[in-house]
Design a protein around this ligand. Structure first.
Ligand SMILES: NC(=O)c1ccc[n+]([C@@H]2O[C@H](COP(=O)([O-])OP(=O)(O)OC[C@H]3O[C@@H](n4cnc5c(N)ncnc54)[C@H](O)[C@@H]3O)[C@@H](O)[C@H]2O)c1
Length: 339
């Protein structure tokens, strides 16, 4: 049994708490959050971009308002870091130095140097470090990755990835809207697609990004469109987190090859359809589990079997930070940036 301590019981920490309950062979035994109401026996719920949420029943686990107290109390193998991005590096390093394996939410950190420190600390302590890039585990994206690998599209022609959300209003003290703490829409939201593109296509030669800004007091990048420059396929990623309040959260892709087009959108029913050039549309089979469940199952199996993760390495997560920071540079300079 892999025992887990979660630190940060906001939106994603609560999602993870509920998801761990679905993971065979793993159990949450402790949680920590500096806001006492988030670690109450009936904890205040945070709905995030999935809407209303029920209060959590935390009565069965040890509860702390300080991560260091949780680390000192122990009784678990793995610390699941669900904290604001600005403290990912420092807190993950503390967990690794205290002798635990660590999962860190995406984005891994705000800078490549911080990522390197995290990777070095995991190595020094001989502990596993996972970064929770859930989209690599999201069922419809798994279908796409498998089809690309199997050559099911024939020659790839175009790929378009979209992620749109109303403003992230729920974060504790509004930290998400402070680019110095979250990295803004680029690092917080759009990195999901940048990382996925990199995972299936490799690092692009260059990126060319344009961005817009809506939130009056927010970061200067609320909506980005990036061309990822590859030799023979046109790839576009669009991410925006300042859509109007009633705009439904949407993630989507459309991948066209010489044999057909695979289209996915959380706004469609069915969400995923392959339109071949020579036949009727088909709905590919995919897992009913969420990406959160599949990533936590995978990470916990790696810990159980003492295996280094290969589906997303800490170095991959570091490279996705490097990629998105190149997009930021392109927005600022107005020119394409070589990677
Ligand atoms: N994978 C995904 O789909 C996904 C979705 C949302 C958020 N995230 C990531 O998860 C991280 C957290 O985001 P969120 O939306 O849950 O934020 P949030 O503000 O809802 O939650 C953060 C929690 O951390 C607590 N906290 C802050 N500093 C602390 C400290 N020093 N010690 C203990 N507790 C502390 C806060 O009180 C808060 O409850 C971010 O890095 C974000 O990018 C990932």
């Amino acid at each position: 049994m892999v025992k887990v301590g979660i630190v940060g019981m906001g939106f994603i920490g609560q999602q993870h708490f509920q998801t761990w309950a679905e993971v065979d062979g793993a159990e949450v035994v402790a949680v920590a959050d500096k806001q006492v109401e988030k670690v109450a026996a009936a904890a205040q719920a945070v709905g995030g971009n999935v809407g209303e949420a029920e209060p959590l029943d935390l009565s069965g686990v040890e509860r702390f308002t300080d991560m260091e107290d949780m680390l000192a109390a122990g009784g678990f193998d793995l610390v699941d870091v669900c904290l604001p991005t600005v403290v990912h590096a420092a807190m993950t390093i503390k967990a690794l130095d205290a002798g635990y394996h660590a999962i860190c939410e995406k984005p891994m950190a705000l800078t490549v140097d911080e990522c390197d420190d995290m990777i070095a600390t995991a190595g020094k302590n001989d502990k596993q470090l996972f970064v929770a890039h859930c989209i690599r585990f999201w069922p419809e994206y798994e279908v796409l990755a498998k089809m690309i690998k199997a050559g099911d599209f024939g020659r790839l022609v175009t790929m378009k990835f979209t992620r749109l959300s109303p403003s992230p209003f729920w974060s504790q003290d509004g930290w998400l809207n402070d680019a110095g703490k979250s990295g803004g829409a680029l690092l917080d939201l759009h990195i999901h697609d940048a990382d996925f593109i990199m995972s299936v296509m490799g690092m692009p030669k260059a990126v060319y990004s344009r961005a817009g800004h809506i939130l009056p007091d927010g970061p200067k990048v609320d909506h980005v469109m990036t061309n990822y420059l590859y030799d023979d396929v046109a790839v576009l990623g669009e991410g925006g987190w300042a859509m109007p309040p009633d705009y439904p959260f949407e993630m989507a892709f459309e991948v066209l090859g010489e044999k057909g087009c695979l289209k996915f959108s959380t706004s469609n029913d069915p969400t995923l359809t392959f339109y071949p050039f020579d036949g009727d549309p088909v709905v590919p089979e995919f897992s009913a589990a969420t990406g959160y469940q599949q990533e936590l199952e995978y990470f916990s199996a790696c810990v159980e079997n003492n295996e280094v993760p290969t589906r997303v390495t800490a170095f991959d997560a570091r490279e996705s930070i490097r990629l998105v920071l190149a997009e930021k540079e392109s927005i600022e300079s107005g020119a394409a940036v070589e990677i």
